[in-house]
Design a protein around this ligand. Structure first.
Ligand code: AMP
Length: 182
């Protein structure tokens, strides 16, 4: 099963992806976490991604595609996976389809987690990651609206998209997502 967790920064994709990966026994990939650890380790990808991540900009599609391809080739991803934070652009969505179809797979579910902007900003300010300052948050939300949200239409047309309400306890939101997957 291939599941894409979709939604703006701060809707809880990372938290939900971890819980779902555990419950469903499948692998989980967060491109944001992959970039943060690459930056920490100062790998070539990390050095390249650094300025984009700290300014809340999207890392270029070809760099993202390379790390996703490496993940998807790992044996633990053969059974299925939960993608968190990818795809974020139309080019990435098309690339993902190509990468999956190369191994005979397709996306089973795109779950869009919906949270209003003010709640998102409050949550992210509390989280306090390096890219969680208010001006950077607003920029990330703007990029989400302009570049990522149009994918809702793309996946809506494919018939794989379901939206869930993302305000509530972690367990409540998790139940809503599990209901979509069952
Ligand atoms: P996240 O942890 O998903 O909020 O991602 C943190 C940051 O990593 C983003 O603001 C981007 O700079 C970068 N990033 C993560 N995923 C992607 C992606 N799919 N495309 C481009 N940049 C990404």
């Amino acid at each position: 099963m291939v599941i894409v967790l979709f939604g703006a920064p701060g809707v809880g994709k990372g938290t939900q992806a971890e819980i779902l990966a555990e419950k469903l026994g499948i692998a989980h990939m967060s491109t944001g976490a992959a970039f943060r650890s690459a930056i920490q380790a100062q790998t070539p990808v990390g050095i390249l991604a650094q300025s984009f991540v700290s300014q809340g900009k999207l890392v270029p599609d070809d760099v993202v595609a390379k790390i996703v391809e490496e993940f998807l080739a790992k044996p633990e991803f053969a059974k299925g996976c939960i993608l968190d934070g990818f795809p974020r652009t139309r080019a990435q969505a098309e690339e993902l389809d190509r990468m999956l179809s190369a191994s005979g797979r397709t996306i089973d579910h795109v779950v869009n987690i919906n949270v209003d902007d003010e709640t998102i900003i409050t949550r992210l300010l509390q989280r306090g990651r390096q890219d969680d300052q208010e001006d950077v948050i607003r920029h990330r939300l703007e990029i989400y609206t302009n570049e990522t949200a149009p994918l809702l239409d793309f996946y809506g047309k494919k018939g794989t998209l379901t939206s869930v309400h993302g305000v509530g306890s972690v367990d409540e939101v998790n139940e809503r997502i599990l209901a979509v997957l069952s």
